[in-house]
Design a protein around this ligand. Structure first.
Ligand code: 4AD
Ligand code: MG
Length: 462
């Protein structure tokens, strides 16, 4: 018999019919006459209840039906006697596909800490929490593609291995096939990367932006969505060494349209989650964060606050709050400053623009004041920076000048400079940290709990 997914069973569509379900046992309880098995197959947050009349089943088989075991069961779909579900399965046959020894299965009991579950990342998918988180993560990835596709953007696959390390977004991981113990050396005694696989030093990318800009100068509106890598030693609840980033880039957009696009996209994604991930969100709201749903609805319903970096610094300086790191014009804001602005002062998402050029990347469009660039950071409650972006410097001479000032070798970026030489135009884009979005939407507190296999300093076990 063909398998019916639990999500479909629970609609009640098969009432009165005999069907087959397959999945993993969440719990088994009962009495001398009857056993109740909660079966989950991942298709829904909810499990389906199987009711087994003990007299009709082999005792040995039922003994193997323990928490974590995988079973296939057939039965009649009937109106549920108990509360909490509309239908249940009156079981007629059962087959144990995979046993899970009750003595050694780590998820035998409920209520493990998130820290413990991180240690068993290979099994944590089977919990209510991680089922919910990863269904939501999927929905957000899908919604991102839908958002851009509906707007006529093209998805560009930027390279993961790159020979250019000039963007300066963060420390890079080297990619090499050279023998680490005995690498080939040249006359001066340094490693001879000509012998390396690509004939020169290569790294894992920190961002697909520069490549996205090349594509935007022909296809008009593009976006990347891929893994990016940063070898910073940041052991925080907001940083990963391997994270996914979405980077739209749009020809003819200036900073205002860039902000509009970021705001529209974030509101679209949060609304998509509210519309499509109801059961999972309700569980997370109840289990971890009672304000989650209110916060999500609030972000969709209210315009983001927009102000200059300089204004934000004045507000922070006049706040009377003792921050760990003092603020003054020119300092990079830390997450304590960003979160105070968002959570305490404005009490809504904030977009800061026009940052000092010294603390931002070389490619950002320079303002007339000679001091600031058209950068924008979107700051979110509970998160801090969720998006970083800018209008780009499209003027060849100004861009080259800035590269010289920042000691960025122009030979390495000749291809990037070419776009400013041949048919340059105003353009803008930004990067959304995918895991930071998932943190916000799920209300989880640690970024390690919203990616299946987190990579952080000292940790990439499997
Ligand atoms: O602000 P960032 O460094 O910007 C860029 O990489 C630009 N090239 C984007 C662009 O204009 N196309 O990173 C963008 C976002 C941040 O706002 C943050 O959400 C996320 O990426 N991010 C990280 N997320 C997890 N772990 C890390 N180590 C992250 N570093 C940045
Ligand atoms: Mg940034």
């Amino acid at each position: 018999m063909q398998r019916t997914k639990v999500v479909d069973v629970l609609t009640g569509q098969d009432k009165g019919k005999e069907i087959c379900v397959k999945g993993w046992v969440r719990t088994k309880r009962g009495n001398k006459n009857v056993a109740f098995i909660a079966l989950n197959d991942g298709s829904s947050f909810h499990s389906v209840q199987l009711v087994a009349d003990l007299a009709k089943f082999d005792e040995d088989t039922l003994r193997k039906v323990t928490t974590g075991a995988c079973i296939s069961a057939t039965g009649l779909v009937v109106e549920s006697q108990g509360s909490g579900q509309s239908v249940e399965l009156q079981m007629t046959s059962i087959e144990v596909l995979g046993e899970a020894d009750a003595e050694t299965y780590p998820l035998q009991k409920k209520g493990h800490s998130l820290e413990f579950l991180r240690e068993i990342a290979h099994l944590r998918f089977r919990t209510n929490t991680f089922g919910a988180v990863f269904r939501i993560r999927h929905a957000m990835a899908f919604a991102i593609h839908k958002f851009f596709n509906d707007k006529g953007f093209f998805y560009i696959h930027s390279p993961i291995i790159t020979g250019s390390d000039a963007e300066g977004a963060g420390a890079m991981f080297r990619v090499t096939t050279l023998d680490p113990v005995n690498p080939p050396k040249n006359e001066t005694g340094t490693v001879d990367f000509k012998e390396d696989f690509f004939g020169g030093p290569t790294n894992l990318t920190v961002s697909g932006q520069l490549e996205a800009e090349l594509a935007a100068m022909a296809l008009g509106q593009v976006y990347t969505f891929g893994p990016t890598f940063r070898a910073e030693n940041s052991n925080t609840s907001r940083h990963l060494a391997e994270f996914w980033m979405i980077e739209p880039e749009v020809a003819f957009n200036e900073i205002k349209e860039n902000m509009d696009l970021a705001e529209e996209m974030l509101q679209y994604l949060v609304q998509y989650a509210l519309d499509n991930c109801k059961d999972d969100l309700e569980f997370l709201n109840q289990q971890y964060d009672k304000e989650l749903l209110d916060r999500l609805r609030f972000v969709v319903a209210n315009k983001f606050e927009r102000l200059n970096y300089g204004e934000a610094v004045e507000i922070l300086k006049g706040s009377g709050v003792k921050f760990e790191f003092p603020v003054d014009w020119g300092t990079d804001l830390s997450s304590e400053h960003e979160r105070w602005l968002v959570e305490k002062h404005f009490q809504k998402p904030v977009i800061l623009t026009n940052y000092p050029k010294e603390i931002k990347a070389f490619y950002m469009k320079q303002n007339e004041d000679g001091k600031t660039v058209r950068a924008m950071d979107v700051l979110f409650p509970g998160i801090g920076e969720i998006i970083g972006g800018s209008q780009r410097e499209e003027n060849y001479d100004k861009l080259l000048n800035r590269m010289h000032e920042m000691h960025i070798p122009e030979e390495e970026l000749y291809w990037y400079l070419d776009t400013r030489k041949f048919g340059t135009c105003p353009h803008a884009g930004f990067g959304l940290g995918f895991e930071r979005l998932i943190l916000f939407v799920t209300g989880m507190a640690n970024i390690r709990d919203v990616i299946p296999f987190p990579r952080t300093p000292q940790n990439a076990a499997f």
